[in-house]
Design a protein around this ligand. Structure first.
Ligand SMILES: Cc1cc2nc3c(=O)[nH]c(=O)nc-3n(C[C@H](O)[C@H](O)[C@H](O)COP(=O)(O)OP(=O)(O)OC[C@H]3O[C@@H](n4cnc5c(N)ncnc54)[C@H](O)[C@@H]3O)c2cc1C
Length: 459
């Protein structure tokens, strides 16, 4: 070894616990300001994909388990594990777009919105995550429920091939014909994937020229009626309309006096080829019987991609403390959201919110064929606690636990990308259909028999 901050064959930084620089690197691992006090023995920042086999070799030679990080957006801090190696892939940010074949090869550290904006300039699109800062690595491996998923499916349905450095340190190409089991696992295994993905080949989609949104913001007391009306209209919306409910607190600009009230928002975005078709797609939501009760409303207004990202960034401000969890369910949204309205009413901060995308992929099983990702219900909800002050940690964690307890009896599973894997030991298992979970264990045993890679985080 040529020095403590380097290692043979590794161009990037190698920081052992106790080295100057380790604490700074550790603090930068997670986007969430809640940083579980778990400390890897060494943090290796890959300078390029060439560093990855050498990092795997270093870990193996020292008997260290490996955890990976791309963008650090795991809510529950999955990249941070005690002991072993943390392999940081955030500098792997190459993206090669081939407009003619409508394909792209991207590295895991590429940020979803950077890809989406670049594609837009080339009349192409990809279902990147809703938030502008999410990296593609963890998002694509987990399935990825992003913009226009109702039409395009989970983002991993548009992954055609992955390049993986395996537990043995070799680099393999995985697709439907080569290493099909590993390819199947790379489309959904998420934070339990047992290899390092250094590149994804993506199939791209034609850019929707018109993006329009219809939105109603109503007092939280209207949750039952509002959700019932929109859920009844939902089957009349085409798959290129993304409908969702948000429970939260009104923007202060919407009220003239007093504190902003808690609200229920119905939001539907159409991704279409023309303004006329987008407006038509949103027509079933045009005449809301509760319109006179709205705090704000917009009917089929143009919402370019950057404004969609702006709205998402307002919902998930950077530099905050977060706790999140998920539930798939077959229960009616009205039932689920009426219960969660009670939770939002009692939320410890105005920033808490509940998102409930309507049937993002549940209606179309063909969009989720041949992948580890499991769409386990028609409905899907995500409560988020959002706060600033570490002194409020306990109140916010408790709030999230109680919100989940209120709805868990109605649950059919969890979404691996956003579930709190520390909530109970069976979280990861219950994020997959039983046959998919069993297959994941078999593929893991075949590709990583010695457990070189950490498996799912547990409490
Ligand atoms: C603000 C915000 C908004 C979000 N919005 C959405 C959304 O709209 N839709 C959605 O589906 N999800 C969303 N998520 C969840 C997000 O998709 C997951 O947290 C995802 O893991 C983030 O990717 P990442 O690369 O930042 O993950 P990281 O935290 O870096 O990694 C998470 C895990 O993924 C694995 N991993 C990452 N990269 C690799 C790799 N190259 N090779 C092998 N394993 C790897 C590791 O096991 C790691 O522990 C959001 C999260 C946040 C914080």
């Amino acid at each position: 070894m040529s020095g403590r901050t380097s290692a043979p064959g590794i161009e990037g930084e190698v920081l052992w616990r106790g080295d100057p620089g380790y604490d700074r690197a550790w603090e930068g691992v997670l986007w969430n300001r809640v940083r579980p006090r778990r400390y890897p023995e060494v943090i290796v920042s890959a300078a390029s994909e060439k560093d990855v086999p050498a990092a795997v070799e270093l870990a193996r030679s020292r008997g260290m388990r490996i955890a990976m990080r791309a963008g650090g957006h795991s809510w529950c801090g999955s990249p941070l594990r005690d002991s072993g190696m943390l392999l940081d892939l955030s500098q792997l940010r190459r993206m090669d777009i081939d407009t003619a074949s409508a394909t792209a090869t991207v590295q895991p550290g590429v940020i979803g919105s950077e890809l989406a904006m670049e594609l837009m300039r080339r009349e192409l699109a990809f279902p990147a995550g809703h938030c502008a800062t999410v990296a593609l690595g963890g998002y694509l491996l987990s399935g990825g429920l992003g913009w226009n998923s109702g039409l395009w499916g989970p983002a991993c349905a548009s992954v055609e091939e992955v390049e993986v450095v395996t537990a043995e340190g070799g680099t393999v190409r995985c697709n439907a014909d080569e290493h099909p089991d590993l390819f199947w696992a790379a489309r959904g295994a998420g934070p339990g994937f047992f290899g390092v993905v250094t590149a994804f080949r993506l199939r791209l989609h034609p850019r929707p020229s018109s993006v329009m949104t219809t939105q109603y913001v109503l007092p939280l007391t209207e949750t039952g009626a509002a959700v019932r009306w929109a859920a009844e209209a939902a089957p009349r919306l085409p798959p290129n309309v993304e409908l969702g409910f948000i429970l939260g607190t009104a923007d202060p600009s919407l009220v003239t006096d007093g504190p902003p009230p808690r609200t229920v928002t119905i939001s539907a975005t159409a991704f279409s080829d023309t303004d006329r078709n987008a407006a038509e797609a949103l027509a079933p939501l045009r005449d809301c019987p509760l319109a006179s009760r709205t705090l704000s409303r917009q009917i089929a207004e143009p919402t370019p991609l950057d404004s969609l990202y702006g709205t998402a960034s307002d919902a998930w401000p950077a530099g905050h403390r977060y706790a999140a969890d998920t539930l798939w369910s077959d229960a009616a949204f009205e039932t689920l959201l009426t219960k969660l309205a009670g939770a939002i009413e009692a939320a410890p901060t105005d920033k808490a919110l509940v998102l409930a995308p309507v049937a993002p992929v549940g209606r179309k099983p063909e969009l989720t064929a041949d992948m580890a990702f499991s769409a386990l219900g028609e409905s899907y909800v995500v409560p988020f606690a959002v706060w600033d002050d570490p002194a409020e940690d306990e109140a916010n964690f408790r709030w999230l636990r109680e919100a989940m307890h209120a709805i868990e009896p109605l649950g059919t599973g969890h979404y691996i990308a956003e579930t709190d894997l520390t909530a109970d030991p069976s979280r990861a298992r219950r994020s997959y259909a039983p046959e998919d979970w069993d297959r994941l264990q078999r593929v893991r045993a075949a590709y990583d028999p010695q457990g070189v890679f950490h498996s799912y985080l547990t409490p």
